[in-house]
Ligand binder design. Sequence first.
Ligand SMILES: [Zn+2]
Ligand SMILES: [Zn+2]
Length: 232
Amino acid sequence: MHLLDVLFPKLCVSCGRWGAYICSSCQKNIVPIEQRETICPVCEKPAMMGMTHPYCRTRYGIDGLTTFFHYKGPVRNFVQQIKYKFVSDMVSTFVSIIPQSRILELTNPPAGGRSNDIVIVPVPLHPRRLRHRGFNQAEKISEFLSERTSIPVIKNILKRAKYTKPQVEKKTREERMKHMDGVFVVDKKYIQNIKGVFLVDDVCTTGATLRAAARELKKAGIPWVWGVTMAR
Ligand SMILES: [Zn+2]
Ligand SMILES: [Zn+2]
């Protein structure tokens, strides 16, 4: 046994059993999002391949959304533990459970763009929250998704200019979007030649964060922005 496994034992995120970050019996409780369950990231209603409905499209609107799992059971445990435990291996395990068929959706994106002009961009944390946590889970997920897809990650395109509290108390869609006004800024020196972005986050609850970040990327001149989250 490796010394690191003794010092930092791998425990199942769901049942706490020793040996791996997800044990074989808990792995069975992971609920993948089926093809018929994909939604439009704008209206959150069913949409083929997660593509934004034609009537939901706007000039700077997000083009689509790929989500791998339902936010419940072990997936919820993964998302919650990753935020506060700075364990790269745990993120690696989480990304490794994405079925290969879903990974192929990223390497053959629906827009038909050439994937060598497409990059992965993690949704950033505000520096204050990053200091507190020490770890941006979206960035780690991006790195492992990049390993699986061979799509490069560019981390510094997006920055958070405004500190936001969690959205729980924001009731309406308008309130949520207003709350996200001016939150993201784009560093234009990184965007030359980029034809498309996979915007990566851990969870998509209301989609407001992804829509706000996508809007800034598109305003900066990136023609295609597609959200990718582990869960919703
Ligand atoms: Zn377990
Ligand atoms: Zn829609």
